[in-house]
Design a protein around this ligand. Structure first.
Ligand code: GLU
Length: 304
């Protein structure tokens, strides 16, 4: 059982836009979970996704987090600086014959029939290139998933059993344009940074089994996981395009303060009986995973 300073939580946004209430709720929950246990918390910028990621957007996200009182204990890691570590992980996987070149084009992938039970628009890769022989590192590379289900205990959702082959299929780890993919970077960095708990949105629950398989193949420790219900628009639709309007700056322009936003977020995480302005600090000793609702939460109508 980990205690106190051995606990390390993290928030790992992609700097592709403004942090909206959904992102901020994840940030706050991960911070509260670590702080309530006497642990530390870090921010990591997941900027491996090519030109969509921008340094200035990341800096703005860090400012928004600081406005809420959420500041990284230690330097913020930018994944675009981590190529060497990802390359070493690919080499380790290649050594144990876990990688294969994938020549499928985007068009090929779109035309592949999707599995009958596809969650959240995930299309598992059906393994068309699985038997291809190694051709070097200048190809897109996929991880050959071992057969079988993965089990883990989610701190919010309880015991989970998933078959990664049915959810993601063999994940892409390296793209032809020499970008490292999310699954590789997240697994390598959580371990390199000593992260012990991963709190993130339920949209990422279906990829957890795949990441667990990758941790196993790289002989890396497995953090604890908690997947939070999504924050949705008042009509139940995903925040998507409206995201920009639900960032701190846009809310402030409509006279909704950071303290009010925090109060709403804290209430949505079961820390307060009513949404009332507060600080993040004031929520620490009210946070308890047992009190966090599993369901999705709707943004107040008046805020949209
Ligand atoms: N960077 C991912 C995102 O912004 C989150 C990754 C994670 O928490 O594992 O969606």
């Amino acid at each position: 059982m980990l205690v106190g300073m051995n606990i390390l939580g993290r928030f790992a946004p992609s700097p592709t836009g403004v942090l909206h209430l959904g992102n901020l709720r994840t940030a706050l929950a991960s911070w509260l979970s670590a702080r309530a246990a006497g642990g530390r918390w870090i921010v990591r910028m997941e900027d491996v996704d090519g030109p969509r990621c921008r340094r200035d957007l990341g800096e703005a996200q860090l400012r928004d987090l600081a406005t809420l009182g959420l500041e990284s204990d230690g330097p913020v890691l930018w994944q675009s600086d981590r190529g060497e570590a990802y390359r070493a992980a690919l080499a380790a996987l290649h050594q144990t014959d876990r990688l294969y070149p994938c020549l499928c084009t985007r068009k090929d992938l779109q035309s592949l029939a999707s599995a009958p039970h596809v969650e959240d628009g995930l299309r598992p890769y059906p393994g068309r290139c699985r038997d291809r022989v190694w051709e070097g590192y200048d190809r897109a590379l996929r991880f050959r998933l071992p057969a079988g289900t993965a089990t883990w205990s989610d701190r919010l959702l309880g015991p989970q059993v998933d078959d990664p082959a049915a959810l993601t299929g063999d994940p892409l780890l390296f793209r032809r344009d020499a970008c490292f993919a999310y699954h590789l970077a997240v697994v390598v960095d959580d371990a390199a940074q000593g992260v012990t708990e991963v709190v993130r949105g339920a949209d990422l629950r279906p990829v957890t089994a795949t990441q667990i398989r990758l941790q196993e193949a790289l002989v890396l420790p497995r953090p604890a996981y908690a997947h939070l219900g999504m924050v949705v628009a008042p009509d139940g639709s995903r925040l998507g395009k409206r995201a920009g309007a639900l960032g701190l700056e846009a809310l402030a322009a409509r006279c909704i303060s950071a303290a009010e936003a925090l109060g709403w977020l804290g209430w949505s995480l079961g820390c307060l009986n009513h949404p009332e302005p507060c600080t993040a600090e004031a929520l620490i000793n009210r946070f308890d995973w047992a009190g966090v609702p599993k369901a999705e939460v709707r943004v107040p109508e008046a805020w949209t």
